[in-house]
Design a protein around this ligand. Structure first.
Ligand SMILES: Cc1cc2nc3c(=O)[nH]c(=O)nc-3n(C[C@H](O)[C@H](O)[C@H](O)COP(=O)(O)O)c2cc1C
Length: 362
């Protein structure tokens, strides 16, 4: 009943909003946010009192209690009307994962009531001051530690073009634990496009390695959800499962690990190394690097950077540069050699001693 009503309202409203070129403005609720909060606070119910009692009991015990992970993948979701919850059911039919549901600290709020007043109020507060913790609605304590996982799949509703406020709270709080993790994003909306939700995810999980394809489920493809999720998760798993964290570099019989990035170049390199190791010759250049032609081209995603000793870089799509010094240029990053001291790295690369033979392997 509620969903039919909500969809009815969105169906009427969104064609008008979407016809505007810029993102729809948040509808500022007639009741100011502060007043709304006071009204809601005035309605404290038994559950709230119960929570306060529990908080009181837990005082002094500030270390969160996390469950032992049972999988390398964490699926984290928030769902107000059940659509994201149903996406999670489709997901877990296809992969092994631990599942974490994010819940607002304050139960029973109707984010859609009064023309979405509370929901839009929460989103405007975050938009105004995205860097302040006070802008984010409180959530219940989570029992999974994102840092324990290799891959995190975020399943979230869209609210007024942005990520639902409750999920933003979770990522604001825990996003820093997702550094270097592979992140997948699934967004459910009625009809609005998800680019601002993707931007929210990247702002809140700035150290994450985002899977290139996000999945968007909306009113017009929801009936195909099971197939779409199955197809998306196959791409996500292929992309990440088959990628090792490190490859090996060998010079004159001595090997060191190279921690690799996740990008199109490393995917192509790893695919080639699965067939056979690659051996090429490299020479000193500029007093800070050993450069050599790989004998094949890899896809580039060049960006301006200042390299550091140990960096393994793709230059011009077909040359590998091994740095024992530093240089600023537009390159594609492959990874970093894990070395001890700078002298050890220089000795490994025979810095300044001319031609070396380099082998890359898995
Ligand atoms: C506060 C609020 C704001 C919403 N804003 C939009 C919107 O701007 N565009 C849209 O297409 N859908 C919007 N929706 C609809 C939800 O994105 C959509 O129904 C989604 O599938 C809900 O997921 P859930 O059932 O897991 O909560 C909004 C829903 C709520 C509650």
């Amino acid at each position: 009943m509620f969903r039919t009503l909500a969809i009815g309202i969105f169906s009427l409203l969104f064609p008008v909003l979407l016809s505007c070129e810029k993102l729809p403005e948040v509808v500022v609720p007639e009741t100011p946010l502060q007043e709304q909060k006071e009204n809601v606070e005035g309605n404290k119910d038994e559950e709230k009192k119960e929570e306060e009692k529990k908080d009181e009991e837990n005082k002094g015990d500030e270390t969160p209690k996390y469950l032992e992970p049972t999988s390398k993948t964490l699926v984290v979701y928030y769902s107000f009307t059940g659509n994201c919850k149903s996406i999670v059911t489709s997901l877990t039919a296809n992969i092994e994962a631990d599942v974490l549901e994010i819940l607002p600290a304050q139960e029973g709020l109707d984010y859609a009531a009064n023309n979405y007043a509370i929901g839009s109020g929460l989103i405007s507060a975050i938009r105004e001051k995205p860097n302040e913790a006070a802008s984010y609605p409180a959530i219940k304590t989570v029992n999974r530690n994102a840092a324990d996982y290799e891959r995190i799949i975020i399943v979230t509703p869209l609210w007024w073009s942005n990520m639902a406020a409750i999920m933003q709270s979770y990522l604001f709080q825990e996003g820093s634990k997702m550094k270097d993790k592979t992140i997948g994003l699934i967004v459910s909306s009625h009809s609005s496009g998800i680019s601002s939700v993707v931007a929210d995810a990247k702002r809140l999980v700035s150290g994450g390695v985002f899977h290139e394809n996000n999945l968007w489920i909306n009113a017009s493809n929801r009936d195909k959800q099971a197939d779409l999720v199955k197809e998306w998760i196959a791409g996500f798993s292929n992309n990440t499962d088959s990628m090792p964290e490190k490859i090996k570099i060998t010079v004159s019989g001595k090997s060191l690990p190279v921690k690799i990035e996740l990008n199109e170049a490393t995917k192509a390199l790893v695919a080639a190394l699965k067939e056979a190791s690659i051996t090429y010759e490299a020479n000193d250049y500029g007093g800070f690097e050993k450069v050599g032609a790989l004998g094949r081209s890899l896809p580039t995603s060049d960006s301006q950077m200042t390299t550091q000793p140990g960096d393994v870089i793709l230059y011009s799509g077909n040359q590998i540069v091994l740095f024992y010094g530093s240089n600023s240029w537009s390159y594609t990053r492959i990874g970093k050699i894990e070395y001890g001291t700078l002298d050890e790295l220089k000795s490994f690369l025979k810095a300044g001693q001319g031609k070396i033979t380099v082998s890359l392997s898995l």
